[in-house]
Write a new protein. Sequence first.
Length: 279
Amino acid sequence: MSSEVVCENPEELNDPKEYFTSYADVLKAVEVDKTLDYRKPIVFTGKVGSEEYKNKITTAGRLRLSKILDADIDKIQDLSGKPILKWPDRISAGSGAKIYQWTYDQPDGVEKMNALQKFGLHVVTVLGNVSFDFTTLYVDTSSETYNEIRKIVDNPDLTDQQKLLMVDKKYKDYCKEIQGRFDPDLKDELKRANRVKLASIADINTPQLIISGVDEKVVVNHDSLYSGLSENEYRYHAIENRSLKFRFEASGMRKISLIARRRLIWISSYINSTTTYES
């Protein structure tokens, strides 16, 4: 966020209207007078740390980063000799890792990393905003594909194995359909951050397909984690997650212990609190 460039007029990216000749004046405009945003393009001529700038198009945030690193943020190079960050690109997960590596290799790298962290927290506090609001994470999950899935799952004439074979591909197509409904800005933000996958956000909205029990009973929720699960749907969801955990745990052992085996059988056979255990 501290490296981000934001302006109302796109022409200001290459032709800013505000000029500064002192780094102290830039900080005063941002921190004291509140007349300048950390992300607004400016033209700067002067010295910041050991770097001399002449008519450089930048932002207050990028100047502050250059001050902390004691190097022009737009000229720092990776191991291949290419600039890590170019105007007006913001720091992404990829470029951030490269800047971290560059900083770590400096004699006072630890001190610089601490300063970068403090500045980042300060900028977030000053700006007081987030990349997207909670409603952006919600999309309409109604779909003809979902209706087809429900008809298959609710068909009493089909076995669970037949349902699974018929539903598998349709459910994957349904998940892709839901992912395509999210706002493009959210997709760009997730791609830029490279931390949370779009599929994970979609899972919160999408009714889950659950293969439950040792007989692989096919269950499709009516609701999602976002809209709120019913008691039985929540129980199925929790049981499936625990069953997967125990399966992974057991598969990592050379010999499955009796306790792990019984836990797996117990959790796979358990349907709800009103049924008896099968062991």
